[in-house]
Design a protein around this ligand. Structure first.
Ligand SMILES: Nc1ncnc2c1ncn2[C@@H]1O[C@H](COP(=O)(O)OP(=O)(O)O)[C@@H](O)[C@H]1O
Ligand SMILES: [Mg+2]
Length: 390
């Protein structure tokens, strides 16, 4: 696969001419026409646990609209800064709260454009209560994506900001279930399988009633139904959440996200970061406690948690972080186990010899080359390799 190569000015052509992404355009960039995505949501056979989804629609915003909405991108409205973007809060004329994601200038413009198109081409085709809702984009002056605003920010900031009170158990559990539903939808409920590749607490946002929204599709990959996986390079993602087969061989499939989801579960139960300054990763720390959830619980919660729910989440996390992808559950199984499925440890038992070696952790990587950081804002985000092997 060749890397996508587009120049900025080609965006005008992209949005005013119909065919490239299969979108209908009524009048191109400058108008405010609504754009409907053509691919239809194909209900999963095992869709009973999901709420019905609407066909996604989004529109092209003018620069004036988003400039005004964000009070000329005022610093007071800056709500987030990730590896590739700055995100501003704004309010449209009709009163709707929005988040404007402006891709930051980078030395390598093409990478920026690639991220923009990847995110637009993915999130623009999906609609689910637990996936960040795209309202539109604006390609005047810079590259912008416009989303519904998530008033509580990311799970990461809610969990790790020491100035905030500890998040209560009820919300942690709701976040676990909602995120599982969103991921299940991406893997099984869309016309084509979507692998997110960067599931982590700063990419799960919260609405005002703590409904989680999977966001940041800049690294997402489509997977054709007849492919078991794809091999990608460069390997991009976030330390602490990376599945071994992806980190070492660039292999991407649904189990890449399942592994990251397992780490995310450990993070929300324990309140610990996947990697922090202590040189011990969350995975290493949690390993001895995967059979005994009580030891995993954030001590700030005291006894204020639901024991049965904790047991379920711990059991699911222990399966998701298995080093061998084939022994990890699918998101269908994860969702079933998290909600009300029967917990049967014997059913999930691995052969003894596999169990012996089945644990992966970044602390095991002392002898490996350490990938260089590519992100100014997050020391744990990285990108390695330069050629694609897809
Ligand atoms: N829809 C939104 N509502 C509220 N905050 C958001 C929204 N989208 C992003 N953010 C904030 O901006 C941060 C960075 O956004 P993200 O899409 O992850 O950018 P990047 O691709 O640079 O990582 C998020 O962690 C979050 O704090
Ligand atoms: Mg992000």
């Amino acid at each position: 696969m060749r890397h996508l190569s587009l120049r900025s000015r080609s965006f005008k052509g992209l949005f005013s001419s119909v065919p490239i992404l299969g979108w209908r355009s009524r009048g191109g960039v400058a108008t405010h026409s609504t754009v409907s995505s053509l691919p239809q949501h194909v209900p999963d056979v095992d869709d009973t646990l999901q709420k019905p989804t609407k066909k996604p629609t989004w529109k092209c915003f003018s620069y004036q609209e988003i400039y005004k909405a964000t009070n000329s991108f005022h610093q007071d409205n800056l709500v987030g800064r990730g590896g590739y973007a700055e995100v501003y809060r704004g309010v449209l004329e009709d009163g709707q709260a929005i988040a404007v994601k402006r891709l930051r200038s980078a030395p390598e413009g093409e990478q920026r454009e690639k991220e923009f198109l990847t995110e637009l081409g993915t999130v623009g085709h999906v609609r689910h209560p637990n996936v960040s809702a795209l309202l539109g984009c604006c390609i005047d002056r810079d590259l912008h994506l416009v989303f519904e605003f998530c008033s509580l920010g990311s799970v990461s900031s809610n969990l790790h900001d020491e100035k905030l009170p500890p998040m209560d158990w009820k919300h942690r559990h709701k976040i676990a279930v909602g995120t599982a539903r969103g991921l299940h939808y991406l893997h099984k409920g869309c016309q084509r399988r979507i692998i997110h590749r960067d599931i982590k607490s700063s990419n799960i946002l919260l609405t005002n009633n703590f409904e989680p929204q999977i966001s940041d599709f800049g690294l997402a990959k489509w997977l054709p139904s007849n492919w078991s996986h794809r091999a990608v390079a460069p390997i991009e993602g976030t330390f602490g959440y990376l599945a071994p087969e992806y980190f070492m061989h660039g292999i991407v499939d649904e189990k890449t996200d399942v592994f990251a989801f397992g780490v995310f579960l450990l993070e929300i139960m324990s309140g610990r970061k996947p990697v922090d300054g202590s040189h011990m990763s969350l995975l290493s720390w949690a390993k001895p406690y995967l059979n005994d959830g009580a030891m995993l619980v954030d001590p700030r919660l005291g006894d204020n948690y639901d024991v049965a729910q904790l047991k379920r989440l711990t059991f699911v996390a222990s399966l998701c972080v298995r080093a061998t992808a084939k022994w990890r559950p699918s998101m269908t199984e994860v969702l079933d186990l998290i909600v009300d499925g029967e917990i049967m440890p014997d059913h999930w038992k691995m052969p003894d010899e596999e169990e012996e070696i089945d644990f992966w952790d970044f602390d095991d990587l002392d002898e490996c080359d350490t990938p260089s950081s590519s992100s100014s804002s997050s020391s744990s985000s990285f990108s390695i390799g330069s050629s694609s092997t897809t």
